[in-house]
Write a protein that binds this ligand. Structure first.
Ligand code: AP5
Ligand code: ZN
Length: 217
């Protein structure tokens, strides 16, 4: 399957993508994670991306599209993929369509995760991520690690993302409404959008997502 995951910051895209990718046996491709890996490896791309990310703004399309395209062309993505955080504006969606057309493939669904703003703000404020593996995500109240600051899965150090400050989150939400939400209409016009509520326990949201994707088939 080829799926795009869309939703505001903190809706649970990363959390759900990890689970869905495992169940559907497709790679989870997160442009946010790819940028963070570049930042920790101190690459030129990482240095460029960091200034935009810290401010809560989108990294320029040119470098983002090139990075996403490169990842989608890796052999493990041949049979399908789950895109998390890409596309994030209409020009990225158009670039993705172009790439898919060239490869003679199509998206199966765009899964839209809906969550109220006060909830996503709480989720982001309490989020903690593992330094060793960004798919190990915790929340100080909703899913705390057994030992504070230590990852349950691998023992890595847990940290708070630089862009999870209250001020930056406000910008990220605004950017979501103005730049990313329009892609939902873009994909509605292609009949691809499946919307689910992203509230309630994590497993319930995963179940809802799998059901919705099945129904859509
Ligand atoms: P990115 O990394 O994509 O961040 P985001 O879209 O802001 O989303 P988040 O990672 O904040 O949230 P999420 O929805 O994944 O939630 P999570 O599962 O972690 O992008 C970061 C930046 O990179 C952008 O601002 C931009 O600068 C740049 N960028 C990335 N892609 C780009 C692109 N295509 N173009 C340009 N720039 C780009 O969950 C959040 C918390 O809630 C966790 O603690 C989790 O444990 C908890 N939680 C999850 N589900 C539940 C639940 N059901 N109940 C209770 N708690 C829950
Ligand atoms: Zn870990």
């Amino acid at each position: 399957m080829r799926i795009v995951l869309v939703g505001p910051p903190g809706a649970g895209k990363g959390t759900q993508a990890t689970r869905l990718a495992e169940k559907l046996r497709i790679p989870h491709i997160s442009t946010g994670d790819l940028f963070r890996a570049n930042i920790s490896q101190q690459t030129e791309l990482g240095k460029l991306a960091k200034s935009y990310m810290d401010a809560g703004n989108l990294v320029p399309d040119e470098v983002t599209i090139a990075m996403a395209k490169d990842r989608m062309e890796q052999p493990d993505a041949e049979g399908g993929f789950l895109l998390d955080g890409f596309p994030r504006n209409v020009s990225q969606a158009e670039a993705l369509d172009e790439l898919l057309t060239t490869e003679d493939i199509e998206l199966d669904a765009v899964l839209d995760l809906e969550a109220p703003e006060d909830e996503v703000v709480k989720r982001i404020a309490g989020r903690r991520i593992c330094r060793k593996d960004s798919s190990h995500v915790f929340h100080v109240t909703y899913s705390p690690s057994k030992q504070e600051g230590v990852c349950d899965v691998c023992g890595g150090e847990l940290y708070q993302r630089d862009d999870d400050s209250e001020e930056t989150v406000r910008t990220r939400l605004e950017v979501y409404h103005t730049q990313t939400e329009p892609i939902i209409d873009y994909y509605k016009a292609q009949g691809l959008v499946v919307t689910i509520a992203a509230t309630g326990p994590v497993d319930e949201v995963t179940g809802r997502a799998l059901e919705a994707l099945k129904r859509d088939k």
